[in-house]
Design a protein around this ligand. Structure first.
Ligand SMILES: NC(=O)c1ccc[n+]([C@@H]2O[C@H](COP(=O)([O-])OP(=O)(O)OC[C@H]3O[C@@H](n4cnc5c(N)ncnc54)[C@H](OP(=O)(O)O)[C@@H]3O)[C@@H](O)[C@H]2O)c1
Length: 281
């Protein structure tokens, strides 16, 4: 009995890599929807399957031998997908999972990597797991419906853990690389909005802790340092010795003042962050 990771992109692969030393005791089933990913994933897996999570027969094969199912899936590709694309990826997959539960008697835990974006804008205030998510529309509604669908799958024999992740950064998604294109540009608003981040190694580490500790319910997975966008950008550009951004001032853009996300529950459950702060010094 082992673990299946459905969706081995940036985070799913990082989880698989962290679990390599444990493979003799914890066999890994990894999934991808595209054969091009086989080369990268083959050596990390005891079983590597082509699986679209919206396909019941493929998902059943991926899950049927294991006690833990991790869902790290997200719409493929770099471009932003619309809410329908989101719905297809998340809701169709979780409805498919729900339909299979009677055939998955061994499944003891479902872990889903959701998103802190369910909190919406809190005008810069602090939020935690007890804060009601913002009313949903579009993408947020899909994320909330995903959480509801999964939560309803929990019972006395099957735990469901929803990890609400902040934005991921880390190798391959370095903040400096992502921000350097802003050098010398003018940006709307004043950059006051808070952003929240988590290093991919911590996101993967928290997920593994959720499995080891049999966590259930909602847990925010964020670092200790909510940071205003303007501070993040300014510090990064300064470090790279690039021109600063010129904030146009005036009303904040659609994102408002953002929110600062607490990680107290993550710590109370025993997870110790490897990267509690962004490297903005
Ligand atoms: N990235 C962030 O900053 C961020 C922030 C908050 C929350 N999250 C959450 O963290 C999770 C992982 O994010 P990520 O950045 O690692 O995403 P990612 O790199 O885009 O990887 C997601 C993978 O999911 C797989 N996938 C897509 N549709 C699928 C389907 N129908 N069935 C099975 N697999 C499917 C794809 O793998 P193949 O191409 O190999 O099929 C895709 O590469 C997501 O659930 C996301 O909501 C991410």
């Amino acid at each position: 009995m082992g673990l299946t990771i459905v969706g081995c992109g940036y985070l799913g692969e990082a989880v698989a890599r962290q679990l390599q030393p444990r493979r003799t005791l914890l066999p890994l089933t990894l999934t991808t929807t595209v054969t091009e990913r086989h080369a990268a994933l083959r050596d990390l897996a005891d079983q590597l399957l082509l699986c679209d999570a919206t396909d019941p027969s493929q998902l059943l094969v991926a899950l049927q031998r294991n006690h833990t199912a991790v869902f790290c899936l997200a719409p493929r590709g770099n471009q932003q997908v619309n809410a329908d694309g989101y719905r297809q990826t998340f809701i169709d997959s979780f409805r498919c999972l729900r339909s299979l539960l009677p055939d998955l008697p061994h499944l003891r835990q479902i872990i889903y990597t959701g998103s802190c974006s369910v909190y919406g804008d809190a005008d810069g205030d602090w939020v935690d797991e007890s804060t009601a998510p913002a009313a949903g529309n579009g993408h947020r509604e899909v994320l909330l419906e995903s959480e509801r669908l999964l939560t309803d799958m929990g019972d006395s024999k099957r735990r469901v853990c929803i990890l609400r992740l902040a934005a991921l950064h880390g190798p391959g998604r370095e903040l400096d690389d992502r921000l350097k294109g802003l050098a010398g540009r003018e940006r709307a608003g004043d950059g006051r909005s808070f952003s929240n981040w988590i290093h991919v190694h911590d996101a993967a580490g928290a997920l593994i802790a959720a499995m080891d500790g049999a966590w259930s319910g909602v847990v925010n997975v964020v670092n200790d340092e909510p940071i205003r966008i303007r501070d993040l950008v300014d510090l990064s550009l300064k470090r790279q010795q690039l021109e600063p951004v010129h904030w146009s001032g005036g009303p904040a853009p659609a994102s408002g003042n953002g929110r600062r996300i607490r990680n107290d529950r993550l710590k109370t459950l025993g997870y110790r962050l490897q990267h509690p702060m962004l490297n903005t010094g």
